[in-house]
Ligand binder design. Structure first.
Ligand SMILES: *Cc1c(COP(=O)(O)O)cnc(C)c1O
Length: 389
């Protein structure tokens, strides 16, 4: 074992692809496209503008949207805030919202802030398999429901939501459908038109792009129903003001173009490694995979090491794995996703999220297996004592 870090936290963030980094570097210096994309009177501005528009088309192409339906933001957190608060600020009637208990904090905390402002929110509970059921969403819809917000892929357990089945119900109820696709982009095909999505949040740093840039897809027909949250200058069709960050935007565009062309190869590579990891721990007593029966992406594996005496800190330091989603790690509270699945606080605290990515190698996986087998062997005597007691 060398000093190498075996990184299994791609769901928290990914390193930027070298091709992304190269494209970004060309937008910063005096020789590059450093101009303000809003400066239309000289070549420095128009050069930056054309790169920004190329990136907009690259992002749009990955989700089946038109380029002018993409609004740049600072990330999926801002995209979620713009979609939800933007709807609430512009809403005239319909003040009931629907979401699920499995959402990211960027949705749940935003929903709480809207409740404090007098909106009502229904939180759909997941099915026992860890997915968000179509029938459960249908049952939550009311005549005054104005917006439904659901994640396409869950960040802790990797479950997929059947958005294509839910969308017609939402539209029939006269509500808008917002989808948090931060964990789905580049991992599973997205077609906003075919799936019936009105608003969709994206983030570059989950898909081998830079941190600090994201986008919100706003279907052309619903743009007037979203009130801007950032005023000044009227950039992005008035929906989000501020000088565009050319290098970040170009990085996200390149990342999305690479995701589009490489999704199949990435997925095959990751599926093979996920299988290798599971094969290496399958025989271990007490190790269970959460949400196994649900429709899932292969990239994210949630494993509970259900042995008394096991603590995530016992894993070797060269293994970068998340004991809960990074967002919950900050607060130290037990994962709301695992609680919603029915895990008690103890089981949740013994749960590890392995997320696999483009640069994961078989050697990384073998090291993970070795670490898991070592801690399980360490805990076995404690578990045996607990059984006898
Ligand atoms: C990471 C993530 C976010 C937040 O995205 P940022 O770009 O980091 O703000 C929102 N939703 C989900 C599901 C995520 O995984």
């Amino acid at each position: 074992m060398g000093d190498k870090l075996h990184y299994f936290d791609y769901a928290a963030t990914t390193p930027a692809d070298p091709r992304v980094i190269a494209s970004m570097c060309e937008c910063l210096g005096i020789e590059g496209a450093f101009g303000n994309p809003a400066s239309s009177s000289h070549a420095a501005g128009t050069k930056a503008r054309s790169l920004v528009e190329q990136a907009r088309a690259q992002v749009a192409a990955l989700i089946g949207a038109e380029a002018d339906e993409i609004v740049w933001t600072s990330g999926a957190t801002e995209s979620n805030n713009l979609a939800l608060k933007g709807y609430a600020d512009a809403a005239t009637g319909k003040r009931h919202l629907v979401t699920s208990c499995l959402e990211h904090k960027a949705i749940l905390d935003t929903m709480a802030s809207l409740e404090a402002r007098g909106m009502t929110v229904t939180y759909v509970r997941p099915s026992p398999d860890g997915s968000i059921g179509v029938e459960a969403v249908k049952a939550a819809l009311r005549s005054d429901t104005g917006l439904v917000s659901l994640m396409l892929v869950n960040n802790e357990i990797g479950t997929l939501t059947d958005i294509a089945a839910i969308a017609p119900l939402v539209r029939a109820a006269g509500a808008l459908l917002h989808v948090d696709a931060a964990q789905a982009l580049g991992k599973t095909p997205i077609d906003v038109k075919a799936m019936g999505i009105d608003l969709l949040s994206m983030s570059a740093h989950k898909v081998y792009g830079p941190k600090g840039i994201g986008a919100l897809y706003v279907r052309r027909e619903v743009a007037a129903r979203i009130a801007p949250q950032m005023h000044g200058g009227g950039h992005e069709r008035g929906l989000r003001s501020g000088t565009l960050a050319t290098h970040q935007i170009v990085g996200m565009g390149t990342a999305c173009a690479l995701a589009a062309s490489g999704m199949e190869a990435d997925t095959q590579h990751i599926a093979r490694l996920a299988e290798r990891l599971l094969d290496g721990v399958r025989d271990l007593e007490g190790v269970t995979q959460n949400a196994r029966a649900a429709r899932r992406i292969v990239h994210t594996l949630s494993l509970t090491i259900g042995l008394p005496g096991f603590f995530p800190f016992m894993l070797a330091a060269d293994l970068a794995v998340s004991s809960t989603s990074a967002c919950n790690s900050a607060s130290g509270a037990p994962s709301h996703v695992l609680s919603a699945l029915g895990l008690d606080a103890e089981a949740a605290s013994r749960t590890l999220r392995f997320s696999i990515g483009r640069y994961t190698t078989p050697e990384d996986v073998d090291r993970a297996i070795e670490c898991i087998r070592t801690v399980v062997a360490q805990c076995a005597p404690v578990a045996a004592c607990a059984r006898e007691a």
